[in-house]
Design a protein around this ligand. Structure first.
Ligand code: SPD
Length: 282
């Protein structure tokens, strides 16, 4: 008999991935965690029935949410990741030699532990890097209480349901703004605009209350079905986003690491938004 994992994120459109084998299935303190194998995408991690990452296409998401802000900043020494329990975001951030310290605040210890066991290519050594500090707590509480300031804050969240909802709130964005250094950049996962149009409109309105420059950039990630995924960009300086291609190219050339999706041209091009997405910024 063929088994399928049916993702039921959207009320009118389901996505099915064939399950060759289940590696883990259980209720954590916060959510239902499932890890299984699929012949095309490799190992797949889902939370509360929603696909979070797959070995096959995770590189697009993790590269874009790290190399775009870090290369645009140019000298990010202190980076905060909210979420990121699978380790993919930390892996990409730590490719930047200028980064001195990464704080990863993940609410669910079991996601970190099971990703370490069943998805080792996601962190690929990041979990033993001396520059990484993992804190298990609620990201919104952490940011409200911390006295640290960060050059880049990356919100590697789930969709805005359950424990992830607070990470899309006006209050959370305002606290992030206070925790950024002068040229600091906040980036967020903002859903797939074609299917989750209210996410981008809501974040657009909420982020602009706390930041001078707010915009979005996009990338297509196959298992986040429905076309482009949008990533939020928020900064208190306008010129950080508008760095010229030659500057991004020079910075990228001086960092000797490999990518599978990110290039300086993709970096700039990802800010060119299709009209139907621009129409949502109102
Ligand atoms: N619709 C699912 C969006 C999931 C985004 N978060 C993924 C976490 C990967 N590190």
């Amino acid at each position: 008999m063929t088994n399928w994992f049916i993702e039921t994120l959207h009320p009118w459109w389901n996505q099915g991935l064939r399950t060759e084998k289940f590696l883990y299935r259980g209720e954590t303190e916060h959510q239902e965690l499932v890890i299984f194998e699929n012949a095309k995408f490799g190992r797949v991690l889902a939370l509360d029935g929603v696909i979070q990452t797959t070995e096959g296409d995770e590189f697009i998401y993790h590269e874009m949410l790290t190399h775009v802000p870090l290369t645009a900043h140019g000298n990010a020494k202190h980076v905060l990741i909210i979420g990121g329990g699978d380790g993919g975001m930390a892996r990409e951030v730590l490719k930047h030699p200028e980064v001195q310290h990464v704080t990863m605040v993940e609410i669910d210890r079991t996601v970190v532990d099971m990703s370490r066991v069943y998805l080792p290519s996601l962190n690929d050594g990041a979990f033993t890097d001396q520059r990484l500090e993992i804190i298990i707590t609620n990201g919104a509480n952490y940011i409200a209480e911390t006295r640290h300031q960060f050059d880049v804050i990356i919100i590697d969240s789930t969709d805005p349901v359950g424990p992830g909802a607070v990470l899309f709130s006006e209050e959370f964005y305002s606290t992030c703004s206070r925790c950024l250094t002068d040229n600091g950049i906040l980036v967020t996962q903002n859903g797939v605009p074609y299917l989750q149009s209210s996410l981008i409109t809501d974040s657009w309105n909420r982020l602009r209350k706390s930041f001078i420059d707010v915009y979005f950039f996009v990338a297509p990630i196959p298992t986040y079905q429905g076309g482009f995924m949008a990533f939020g960009w928020a900064c208190n300086h306008k010129n950080v986003r508008n760095a010229e291609l030659c500057i991004i190219e020079d910075r990228f050339a001086s960092s000797p690491f490999k990518t599978q999706y990110y290039t300086p041209s993709i970096h700039l091009g990802s800010f060119a938004l299709p009209k139907f997405i621009l129409n949502l910024l109102q």
